[in-house]
Every structure is written in C-alpha cells, then in structure tokens.
Design a protein around this ligand. Structure first.
Ligand code: AMP
Length: 585
C-alpha cells in the first residue's frame, strides 16, 4: 500500500473514540466500523478473536471478565488489567483501539497511514501523555503531537486559527464517564491553559445508572427481585436506561420496556414497562449536574476570572445534549454556549485541524447549518394569586442548534375541561412572544383531559429541516389525536430588492403627505386668513405683544394643517380672527 503523508486526528475517549481528517480543506469525520463513534471497549471472544468497539461493548454484558472498558482512566498508572486470563498494560489496551482506528483510516483513504495527532484531557500529566504516545507507537502510529481536548474543540470552532484573535474560552466537556471544564486563552497561535477542573468519575454512565437504579428499586418493591444482583438483567436495564435518556434529550417522555427481565419465585417471567418524563429524569440527575456547575465556578475562581470575562463557552461531549445542561450553563455564565458543532465530534475535528496545520494543508472553518433564531410557541402561566401571565415565549429549538433537529415538549391546558388551544408559533429571542416574528398559528380542538384535575397534556413537536421547513405536530396525550401544520421559518433578512422596494414605498408616502399638506394650506379660507395675518405682521406700527401672539398662532395653524388636525386648525383660525380684529386699520 502507498504510504500517505496524511496525518489523522484521533479523539481517544473514555467512552468513545472518534477519527477525523482534513478533506478538501475541511475537517470531516471518518466512520470506524461504519459508525461515527467507536466505543472505547476491547475484549477477547471465547474463540480468541480480538473484539474492539461495538462487538466488545456487547460482549461486556455477557463476559465482563473478557472485556475492558474506560481504560483511559488508567493511562499512566503502573496498574495492569486482566482480560481473558492475560495481563495487559493500559497502553496495550488503548493500542487495540488505535489500531482499529488506523485500519479504518487506511481503508477510507486507500493509503497506509502512519501519522496521527491524539488528544488528551488538559489535566493529563507528563506520564499520562507519555503513555498515550506509547499506545500510538504500539499501534504503529507516529504521534506527531499530543494536544489538549479543550484546545482541539476551540480549533474545531476555528478559534486560534488567525493570529489577531485573543480569546478566553471555557470548554464544558461532559462525556460518558468523565467531566472536564477548562478555561483556555488563545492568542497569536499560542494556547494557554488558565485553569482546569473536573471529575474523572462523572458522566453519562452515572445518569444511566441513576435511571436504571430508580427502575430497579421500583421493581424490587413490586416483585422482591433485586435486578442489580443479576448481571445480565442489570446490563440490559442500563442499556435501556441509556436509550431512554437519549430520547429524553429531544422528547418529554420515554419508555423503558424490557421483556423477560427476570423470573418470580414460581418461575413466571417478569417484564418492565415504565414511562419516564424528562422532568423526572432531570430531578434524578440534578445533584450531578449541580456538581459540574460547582466545578465550573472553581475553574473560574482558579483562573481569577468572572463569567463575563469569558468570550466563548463551548459545549463538548455527548451528555451536553441534555437540555438541562444548556439551561444551567447559560444561567451560570450569563451567555449562551456554542453548540453548532456536534458535541461528540468537536474534539476529533479539532485534532484533524491540528493535523492539517502540521501537514501544511490549507484548513478552512467548519461549515455547519444552524438555525439562526430560536423557534417556539406562545404560552401562558398561572402565577401567584391565580393571576394569568400570557404572551410568554417558550422556545423549543434554541438559536444556533444544528439542523435538521427534532424537539418536543409537553404543555398543559390552563383550565379544567378546556377543549381547545390556540398554537402560535414564533421565531425570535424575546421572552415576550408577540415581540417575535409570528410564523403561523392554528387551533387544536377536541382535547380530552388525561389528568385527575381535568387538565389535558399535549406534546408539541417541532421538526426543522435544513431548508427552514418547520413541521409542528401537537398530540393529545389522552386520545393520541394529532394536529399538524407545516410552516416556513423565515430568514427574516430582506433582500436588496425588498429594501429598495420599501424605500420607494416610503418616499411615495412622504410625497403624498406633503401634497396633502400643501392642499390643505391651499384651503381658500385658511390661506386668505394667513395672508391677512402676514400683511398685519408686515406693518411697522404693529404692537409687539400682538405681533408675537399672531406669529405664534400662525405657526400653530401651519402645524395643525401639516398633521391634518382639522379641529385644531379651526380653533387656531378662530383665535387668529380675534387677534386680527385687534389690529388697528
Ligand atoms: P462522549 O464520551 O462524548 O462520546 O459521550 C458519550 C455519552 O453521551 C454517553 O453517556 C451517551 O449516553 C451520552 N449521550 C449521547 N447522546 C446523548 C443525548 N442525545 N442525550 C443525552 N446523552 C447523550
């Protein structure tokens, strides 16, 4: 095979690893085993086959003693791990993953790949970085550079690519097994890490465990069977919990459904069907998300910076797709984080950017399609003392979200027995709904209450495609009846032709207004009166006080004519007639 001078970018993650390269000047992901994310799991099958990725992850459920997960946490330690009875160093386990990635790159590029840039957490010490380098070497790679993950994310966003930028960036990285927050400063091609904080044992896996734990507790209450003690059942429950968690990032409800999860004492099969709401899930993980916010504050304090001194906030890692993360970080930092680049891909794409720079390639910024405005609906709330607050804007799709995107949220009617709701869809950022751009509205009728208090829940679903077509669907929870409407999210920008047309319209309106004003002045009675007044004012013997009054009233008449206020014209004319009577002939 021909040897390539291409340098590949690798995000060697705790949960997943990702491969990216520069193609036609732009960083792109290359699939590994047909997927964008390669689970960072290694195993040995009973027949001795080496398993890496999804197959190893599947094996972990049935044979944890032959399978290794989260080896990144052990990098740089003297510890070894045992897999199918053999002992391996953390470097060796990581090398299995890197080898798989290298092979995928070679298959995709059709050339032998030897050079790579690999990312590590900013807090990794020299020993941990050295271990990562060695893992690369074992996999047959020349590691051209080890770069920090937050730096890679910033590079993916194009920060630090031009020399004149001077930016302080906070990177909030919540993955499957770890949480890191880093504050970096980029200037003249140099990157300084100002502070890092994090928790090596906090991430999406913990959220899965919380959800699975809640369901296992309920199951124990009902059946007196502890699913935690049944390895396979627990592994299946964890999987289902993860799926539900992911669904809850875009939907208000998700169902955990597992058939034949266990048996009762009589050997009868037991199943699980449990609906989980987003709210319920958010409560389950609230303290864990709270801890990430504490660490954000700690990093800021260590860097000696206040939130408003941070120029950009980036969200990285699959778990930042949880809507509550966005809400919390926005409140904490007083600014909206950047989420334009896929949070799973940002680090690898940045590694590819760095690889491209080393290889001397031209690297352009990543182009992503995002919605430039938030999209949502008008809602009302009952406040203290039963007062109803209306005209509130509740966004479903936030500004800067990558499209296509699908989001749902549940809303409840205000009054018992309320059978219809008026859905008004707006685009904009103003918390007052009517201050935004109304994209369309429609009625949802025939609602049936699903709650004991007579109120009805409806799920509102927004589906936005790359062309700005917004499909809004409202589903009645009780009856499942759907009402849909297709709307077009407007770019809200006027074309130069539109602007020219509007300018012409305005000019026309002014001309008309002047013509009307002129016509009014030409009203013979008023015109004659004003002429009489002018003649009086021209007289040298006119009393100064009277002259003042006449001149003032003339001005009042002219103004009233200009604005078209006939009543005032009449009133001022009467006053002028009285004044003119005082002028001696
Ligand atoms: P990473 O290590 O960055 O690849 O992140 C992996 C973690 O992100 C896993 O725990 C996933 O379950 C989690 N994850 C991926 N997509 C979502 C999503 N849409 N909502 C919530 N968590 C997600």
């Amino acid at each position: 095979m021909k040897q390539s001078d291409k340098i590949i970018g690798i995000d060697l993650g705790t949960t997943n690893s990702v491969l990216a390269v520069i193609r036609d000047g732009t960083p792109v992901l290359l699939p590994v085993q047909g997927d964008r994310l390669l689970p960072s799991v290694v195993g040995i099958a009973p027949d001795g086959e080496v398993l890496v990725g999804m197959s190893a992850r599947n094996q972990w459920v049935v044979a944890p003693d032959r399978t290794i997960r989260s080896i990144k946490r052990k990098m740089g330690k003297a510890e070894t791990v045992s897999m199918a009875g053999k002992v391996y160093t953390p470097q060796e386990i990581s090398a299995f993953i890197l080898r798989t990635i290298r092979e995928a790159a070679q298959a995709a590029l059709g050339e032998e790949v030897r050079r790579a840039v690999i990312t590590v957490p900013a807090y990794f010490n020299e020993t941990q970085r050295q271990a990562t380098l060695e893992a690369g070497e074992i996999a047959g790679l020349v590691v051209e550079r080890i770069i920090n993950e937050p730096t890679a994310s910033a590079l993916a966003y194009g920060y630090g690519l031009s020399n004149d930028q001077h930016l302080k960036v906070l990177v909030y990285d919540l993955g499957g097994g770890t949480f890191d927050v880093s504050i970096i400063e980029l200037h003249s091609g140099v990157v300084d890490v100002l502070a890092t904080a994090g928790d090596n044992y906090l991430g999406g896996d913990d959220f899965d465990e919380r959800l699975a734990g809640m369901i296992a507790d309920e199951f124990y209450e009902e059946h007196k069977v502890n699913l935690r003690e049944h390895h396979q059942a627990w592994a299946r429950l964890l999987r289902a919990a993860e799926e539900a968690k992911i669904e809850l990032s875009s939907a208000p409800y998700a169902e955990v459904k597992l058939e034949y999860i266990a048996q009762d004492r009589k050997g009868q099969p037991l199943h699980i069907t449990r609906e989980v709401t987003r709210h319920e899930f958010e409560e389950l993980i609230a303290d864990l998300l709270g801890r990430t916010m504490e660490l954000v504050r700690k990093a800021l304090m260590d860097a000696g910076l206040s939130p408003n001194q941070i120029d950009r906030v980036l969200l990285v890692g699959g778990s930042t797709r949880i809507p509550a993360v966005w809400d919390l970080i926005t409140a904490q930092m007083g600014q909206e984080p950047h989420i334009e680049i896929d949070p799973d891909a940002a680090v690898a794409l940045g590694a590819a950017v760095q690889a491209g720079i080393i290889a001397g390639e031209e690297v352009d910024a990543i182009l992503v399609d995002v919605t430039p405005y938030s999209l949502g609906i008008e809602t009302a709330q009952i406040g203290y003392g039963g007062r109803i607050h209306t005209d509130l804007f509740t966004p479903l799709v936030r500004r800067n979200t990558t499209v296509p995107v699908q989001k749902s949220q549940v809303f409840t009617t205000l009054f018992p027995g309320q059978e219809q709701i008026h859905i008004k869809v707006y685009q904009g950022e103003n918390p007052v709904a009517s201050q935004n751009v109304l994209l369309g509205d429609f009625m949802v009728e025939g609602l049936k209450p699903n709650r004991p208090d007579g109120l009805s829940d409806v799920t509102v679903n927004f589906q936005l495609d790359v062309n700005g077509i917004l499909d809004v669907t409202v589903v009645d929870r009780k009856t499942g009846k759907r009402t849909s409407e297709r709307l077009k999210a407007s770019r809200q920008r006027l074309s130069p032709e539109d602007i020219a047309r509007s300018q012409a319209k305005l000019a026309e309106a002014y001309t008309e207004m002047e013509a009307t004003a002129a016509e009014r002045i030409m009203d013979p009675g008023v015109a004659a009166l004003l002429e009489r007044a002018q003649r009086a004012l021209d007289r040298a013997d006119l009393d100064a006080g009277l002259a003042d009054d006449i001149a003032g009233t003339v001005a009042d008449i002219r103004h009233a004519v200009a604005v078209g206020d006939d009543a005032q014209v009449e009133e001022f004319c009467d006053r002028l007639i009285d004044l003119l009577l005082e002028v001696k002939e």
